[in-house]
Ligand binder design. Structure first.
Ligand code: 5AD
Ligand code: SF4
Length: 334
């Protein structure tokens, strides 16, 4: 199956992998997702905001390294100050090299007006994971406080598409209570939503979260269970590539958390996007959505070189200096 998926990748998107320099610029979050290490309720995390000048310096560094694109990610905030801040930041990042960098935004659920403002300011791709296409499973992963609704998440995906973003989504794999039918439905959901970019990966325990504690106490975070979650994740990449063909699919960091060669496995099974960390080293340990996140000690140069050798090891090349937009988005407009 992996070989077949790799052949489809080669035919439809080429065996060229694209970089999105990942800037995790703040870990403040108003949400309280039960699986996530930077949830509002985790008082053990020190909260940080990367100084604006540093974010811009890192984005400039990505441009000089010919990364082609950056992904700006943070916890979710919906206050006016944050919305203004991101808008200004986008304009500044867009000005680097006169619009040379592709920009993906990943800052959660927002109103249509906010999404539109950010689109106008230069973001052209948006990542918002549905986490699970099954609303019942989604409900077990989030507090039932009226602020974590599956329907709202889904409506946001629709709004982003209406505005004209290239829309990315994805799910966590190997969640407690998740079935193979759920995963099959997830892939069908990508199709139905006409999704251009997929970012998905294994669920990984974070020790200080309600879900992580439950999984640990139930004794179901064994090495065998983790290996199975990784296997399912790589299979999901392969099935998604075989089924959707021309979309972009990320080889996510969570895959490497469960196996040193997790990202290579994903590239060989059809993934074509890598997100090298450019988050400032002093903030990396405070942006831990799950335990054992790799690359905490590495600087951005090391992440660049490390990922380039991973790409070469599977026989691919890097699309230096190119945006590497999802061909699906444009095929769809034809
Ligand atoms: N394991 C795996 N993925 C996680 N995410 C958050 N917490 C975890 C975890 N414990 C993912 C979610 C979210 C994205 C930013 O990170 O899918 O959408
Ligand atoms: Fe916040 Fe995202 Fe973590 Fe949920 S998954 S708590 S929205 S950072």
């Amino acid at each position: 199956m992996y070989d077949a998926a790799y052949a489809v990748k080669k035919e439809w998107v080429g065996n060229v992998d694209y970089y999105r320099g990942l800037l995790e610029f703040s870990n403040r979050c108003i949400k309280n997702c039960r699986y996530c290490g930077i949830r509002r309720g985790n008082k053990q995390v020190e909260r940080f905001d990367t100084p604006r000048e540093d974010i811009l310096a890192m984005a400039r560094w990505c441009y000089e390294q010919k990364y082609g694109s950056v992904t700006l990610q943070s916890g979710e905030r919906q206050d006016a100050a944050f919305i203004d801040y991101v808008e200004g930041l986008l304009r500044d990042v867009k000005a680097i090299g006169n619009g040379a960098l592709g920009i993906t935004l990943c800052v959660g659920e927002q109103t249509k007006e906010t999404y539109q403002r950010w689109y106008n300011a230069g973001a052209h791709r948006y990542l918002l994971r549905i986490e699970s296409s099954n609303p019942k499973l989604y409900a077990t992963l989030h507090p039932q406080d009226g602020n974590h609704k599956w329907k709202v998440r889904k409506a946001c995906l629709d709004t982003l598409a209406e505005i004209g973003y290239q829309v990315g989504t994805g799910v966590m794999i190997g969640l407690p209570g998740q079935t193979l039918d759920d995963l099959a439905e997830d892939v069908l959901f990508y199709k139905k939503q006409n999704i251009a970019m997929i970012g998905m990966g294994p669920y990984v325990v974070h020790h200080n979260t309600p879900l992580g504690k439950k999984v640990r106490e139930a004794g179901v975070d064994t090495p065998a269970a983790r290996a199975e979650r990784l296997r399912l994740s790589i299979n999901m990449v392969a099935v998604t590539r075989l089924f959707l063909k021309d979309v972009n699919i990320a080889a996510t960091t969570a895959m490497q958390t469960l196996h040193p060669l997790g990202r290579e496995m994903a590239l060989k099974a059809g993934a074509n996007i890598l997100m090298p960390l450019v988050t400032l080293p002093q903030f990396r340990s405070q942006y831990q959505l799950y335990d054992n996140k790799p690359c905490l000690e590495e600087g951005q140069e090391q992440c660049r070189d490390c990922l380039s050798s991973r790409v070469a090891s599977v026989g691919d090349t890097v699309g230096w200096g190119q945006w590497g937009d999802s061909p699906h988005f444009f095929n769809n407009l034809k």
